[in-house]
Design a protein around this ligand. Sequence first.
Ligand code: ADP
Length: 400
Amino acid sequence: MKILVLNCGSSSLKYQLIDMEMERALAKGMVECIGIRGSRLVHEKEDAPKVVLEQDVPTYQEAVQMTIDALVDANHGAIKDIKEISAVGHRVVHGGENFAGAVVINQEVKKAIEECYVLAPLHNPANLVGINACEEILDVPQVAVFDTAFHQTMPEKAFMYALPYDIYNKHKLRRYGFHGTSHGYVAGRAAAVLGKDIKSLKLISCHLGNGASICAIENGQSIDTSMGLTPLEGLIMGTRVGDVDPAAITFIMKKEGLTAEQIEDMMNKSSGVFGISGLSSDFRHLIDASTEGDAKAKLAIDMYCYRIAKYIGAYAAALKGVDAIIFTAGVGENASIIRKEVCMYLGFLGVEIDDDKNSQRGVEVIISTTSAKTPVVVIPTNEELAIARETFALTRTCSH
Ligand code: ADP
């Protein structure tokens, strides 16, 4: 069975075609700049060079069609016939309180995704447009896998803000959390790497990519996470501010004469390690600059690691203990210096890093010393595979 996994963003569509028998990506790629100038498809078949097709792509329907054409192309395609695709799994950012797991998409599900537009105004509309475009072209079951679903197990004491309760009743304003597919996937892999049953583990998972979040996981379930109503809360990120005194927002608005949109823009796009360093949101640049003596790049890295360590301490308390700490995503999988700096704070939890093991990148590896009380594990995330697995589980009994 082959499953197409789609991640539709505000102007791009990322895809992977996954063979479930081997759990292997047969092809992957991206259509960029949909509806704007410079649109193109970058396609990569397993074990073959990248193909770039520059062409106007005005709508998502055309982007989906272009993806299918690339997948069945005689030269660089991965399948012979569109009929080989059994189901489509969509990454959907916000499921609100409606979805605690993946679901087969029907009219009701589409309506619920639409109801969450107000909670994810940039992402959910793009996700639904992608779903509709797929429906037009492919006559197979489609599944929605929500970034928020994994965190629906958070207890009320973790997901409520201490605002007047009526605000929650009226607007469903609460903490939802994101990166759920990734946290769930790496927790499962970490348990396997440690040779333990996930149901017996207290895990702290650090997803450190452009966006970053931490999750406290008990018995395989999320009990707390650092992102909130939106992905802005929590850790310091590439360009997002993370936790900040709420009064600082109104202060800046008044002092700098900013509108709500302008301050949101500042907190999302020009803050984080980019805002502090004034240099870059990419940790490769920041680490190089810091090594060369750039004080602001060093400060940005120090703030970033300090915030992560503080959250790990907080989640060790929330879990009443911790059996293992996981690093994942671009920074977590690759930046040994960042992992080391975070773990320097955590000796009190029984964390001790083995520098040789920590020098590895992008592989599943235990990087703590054999004598450390609390293991630290690097697990490359694979959200596409996790989405494909959920899609497979929900559609394998369908007639296709
Ligand atoms: P996204 O949130 O877009 O999925 P990724 O998980 O791909 O992000 O992470 C992207 C980030 O990973 C980049 O901003 C970069 O800072 C970081 N990164 C990637 N490779 C390395 C590396 N070798 N060393 C340090 N940081 C890296």
